[in-house]
Design a protein around this ligand. Structure first.
Ligand code: ADP
Ligand code: MG
Length: 750
């Protein structure tokens, strides 16, 4: 069944060829117990390894059941070892981190025998070699004889035709040696047993045929008759280790070095923790910004103003104009007026707005160019309040939830249009010119109570403007009368914006939106308005007016309500605001740039600035943290390489049992994947736990930061994946190195 035909094996030693086996021809058959004897170094092991397919012959041929192995591929040899050969070694070669049972099962695992049958067969064979009671033990708990019995069981379990034993009794005392050889003789009766030994007496006692080697050639063969090979045909099933088996092998191996594994995983989890925390904090911040935008800022209106606005640059971005292309010596001329846009609010646009689906907005406020004339008696005399110095505007926030946007410092919020509040800044700051303009005495201490309760008077056009010939002049000489006939408003409270970004420039008085309507309705029928409406010249100085200038004057003195300079659109959700903006975009779609309407979303602008900031910070921090991820992959590479060195013998064993190169790299890839996944899980658990103290500390600094670190579950899953993939990459090269190891040399490693 087995024919060696002129087998030659050359080794290259220090550049020189060395012939270890020199033209050996042998025919061996089932049922034979062949002993190969000869002095040390004569080529016994080499011959045996060639027969077993562990080593390759240089020339000649090995014929198995009539099939030449000349054209065998690596996989064919792997299958051959797995199916047809059972190895028994002098040094047992058991895998120390697997139990007796698992050691015996390993060869069947490689050939894909299912778990149940595997177990049954392994137990049956172990019972035959007398180890039924030792199944769960680790090999290092057994005596030498017992270990060799396990090795015999492992060699038998796949029911191979050939048992190869290389000095199986070399490490045993003579009594145990006898027992082992008797066992081999008994269990392998119908097989071909080839045993290498240098003990003549065992050969004489147990072998049916003795082949004597010397210097790589056959010196003598006890079989004198020519032997005919009894060929029954050759066929072998390909082997393949399942990834699960690889995982189990590596998992068991890692279990034997728990401490190292945990430390390694911890070290490589630090990068994950770093990235995880950065992500958690940026996630927490973004969530908070979204919350602010949707809860706190959603009430802020979309603004459409007539005033100029810069559309050239990104609102939060660059301030330096960057041309697309220019010559090195060319001066780039930047015309800033090109970037400034003034919204032209036409009747068409207002009609378009009025036709907007009323479900998506809660209110639209129009503010006109009317600037009232206000009088104060605070200083003792009746004086004009200069509105260049004091802001006088309606609340931009929804009026039914003022307390959401403002802290009430004193008094109350307005409950009717004749009540106003003074807005102050952080730390109770009010600009001096504001207080001076309102008539307060800023040379001495001022208290809230000095301000609340103050009454102011808004002049009516008919009292203020006196007709003189064809002109109208303000009646500054009798302000007392103007005051007495004026509309009384009271400062009923002092407020401060909760979000300081809502307040820019000097603060001032805030009134309810409807006050404007009331003032416009009082003034629109005034004499000065009626006069100006019919004239093409100014009622103030008789100068000729363009249509636009006339409209300006009419607005300024409160005669009409057709020409808004600010439109505020209120909505109650971020989604609706988006729809409103889309609605405006649709209006713009077919307009020239000059006629387009640009809106400002305060809430979005506040949120966007913050988000951009946080995104950039997270990117930078993540990049730093990622460096540690790379460091840890390199570290994993080194650790796996050390593991390869430690497990070299195991590599040899798996190869001798028919494991493919691929299976070997699978074992080590499995090891790095286990470490990577474990490091990832450890990393995200620590990250998750760390978010609690971080939030507690952050909440101590500012209560609104109570959930500043919030891990996104998706990020956590991705981090475990990333850790697994990175360690896999780190361990990839060592795994390749492992798979390329020569099985014979791997087995020789102690
Ligand atoms: P033994 O009969 O003692 O088992 P071996 O078959 O192991 O002898 O070795 C036969 C000869 O081949 C020895 O001289 C040994 O040094 C040499 N040899 C074995 N393996 C190698 C190798 N991988 N490289 C070089 N020489 C080797
Ligand atoms: Mg040897």
């Amino acid at each position: 069944m087995l024919t060696l035909k002129n087998i030659v094996k050359d080794y290259k030693v220090a550049g020189k060829q060395f012939r270890a086996v020199n033209d050996i021809s042998l025919t061996l058959n089932k049922g034979e117990f062949v002993a190969i004897i000869g002095p040390s170094g004569c080529g016994k092991t080499t011959t045996l390894n060639i027969i077993g397919g562990l080593d390759r012959y240089t020339s000649g041929d090995l014929i198995i059941n009539g099939t030449s192995t000349k054209d065998f591929s690596e996989k064919d040899w792997d299958a051959y070892r797995n199916n047809s050969i059972g190895f028994v070694f002098q040094s047992y070669n058991l895998i120390s981190h697997l139990s007796v049972l698992d050691n015996v099962e390993l060869g069947m695992t490689l050939s894909g025998v299912n778990q149940k049958i595997r177990r049954e067969r392994a137990i049956e064979v172990l019972t035959r070699v007398g180890l039924a009671s030792q199944l769960g033990k680790r090999p290092n708990k057994l005596s030498g004889g017992e270990k060799q019995r396990v090795a015999i069981a492992r060699a038998l379990v796949n029911d191979p035709d050939i048992i190869l034993a290389d000095e199986p009794t070399g490490a045993l005392d003579s009594k145990t040696a006898h027992e082992i050889l008797t066992l081999i003789q008994e269990v392998a009766k119908d097989k071909l047993v080839i045993m290498v030994t240098h003990a003549q007496q065992y050969a004489d006692e147990f072998a049916s045929r003795i082949v004597e080697l010397k210097d790589g050639v056959i010196l003598a063969d006890s079989q004198k008759e020519p032997v005919v090979s009894e060929d029954t045909g050759y066929q072998a099933n390909k082997t393949s280790m399942s990834f699960f088996t690889a995982l189990k092998l590596s998992f068991n191996n890692l279990k034997t070095k728990k401490f190292r594994t945990v430390i390694t995983a911890f070290a490589s989890s630090i990068g994950i923790i770093g990235v995880g925390l950065v992500l958690a904090i940026s996630n927490g911040f973004s969530q908070q910004i979204n919350d602010i935008e949707s809860d706190q800022l959603v009430g802020l209106p979309i603004l459409i103003g007539k005033s100029e606005m810069n559309i050239g640059f990104d609102r939060a971005g660059a301030s330096v104009f960057q041309p697309e292309d220019y010559e090195p010596d060319e001066i780039v001329i930047y015309d800033s007026s090109m970037d400034v846009h003034t919204n032209i609010i036409t009747n068409e646009f207002i009609t378009y707005l009025e036709n907007m689906n009323s479900d998506i907005y809660t209110n639209i406020h129009y503010t006109y160019g009317y600037i009232p004339v206000i009088l104060s008696t605070e200083s003792g005399a009746t004086e004009l309040v200069n509105l260049d110095d004091v802001g006088f505007s309606s609340f931009i926030t929804p009026e039914d939830e003022l307390e959401e946007y403002y802290d009430l410092k004193d008094g109350s919020f307005p409950t009717n249009i004749y009540q106003v509040v003074l807005e102050i800044k952080e730390w109770n700051v009010v600009n001096k010119e504001v207080l001076d303009a309102l008539g307060f005495d800023t040379s001495s201490e001022l208290r809230f109570s000095d301000i609340t309760g103050t009454e102011l008077y808004i002049a009516k056009n008919n009292d203020l403007y006196v007709e003189q010939g064809s002109l109208f002049v303000p009646n500054y000489s009798d302000l007392e009368t103007v005051k007495n006939n004026g509309i009384v408003i009271e400062i009923v409270g002092i407020v401060q914006a909760k979000d300081s970004t809502m307040t820019y420039g000097p603060t001032g008085l805030l009134y309810l939106y409807d006050l404007q309507d009331e003032l416009l309705s009082v003034n629109s029928g005034s004499d000065i308005c009626l006069a100006q409406e019919t004239l093409d010249t100014s009622v103030f100085n008789l100068s000729l007016l363009t249509e636009e200038e006339k409209l300006g004057i009419l607005s300024y003195i409160g005669c009409n309500s057709t020409d808004p300079y600010l439109i505020q659109i209120y909505s109650d959700s971020v989604e609706n605001k988006t729809t409103i903006k889309e609605y405006i975009a649709t209006y713009n779609a077919d307009k020239d740039l000059d006629d387009k309407i640009f809106e400002t979303d305060l809430a979005e602008a506040i949120g966007a600035t913050l988000s951009t900031l946080i995104t950039s910070i997270s990117v930078v921090l993540s990049a730093f943290a990622s460096i540690s991820l790379i460091v840890s992959s390199v570290m994993i590479g080194i650790i796996i390489y050390i593991s390869v060195l430690e497990r070299t013998k195991e590599i040899g064993i798996i190869r001798s049992l028919g494991g493919r190169k691929k299976d070997i790299s699978r074992v080590f890839n499995a090891e790095s994947i286990i470490i990577g996944a474990f490091a990832g899980l450890m990393g995200i658990s620590i990250t998750y736990l760390l978010t609690f103290p971080i939030n507690v500390i952050a909440a101590n600094v500012d209560p609104s930061l109570a959930s500043v670190a919030t891990s996104n579950p998706l990020h956590l899953v991705l981090l475990v994946l990333a850790s697994t993939i990175l360690t896999f990459i780190g361990g990839f090269i060592p795994s390749r190195i492992a798979s390329k190891k020569n099985p014979v040399e791997a087995l020789r490693v102690e």
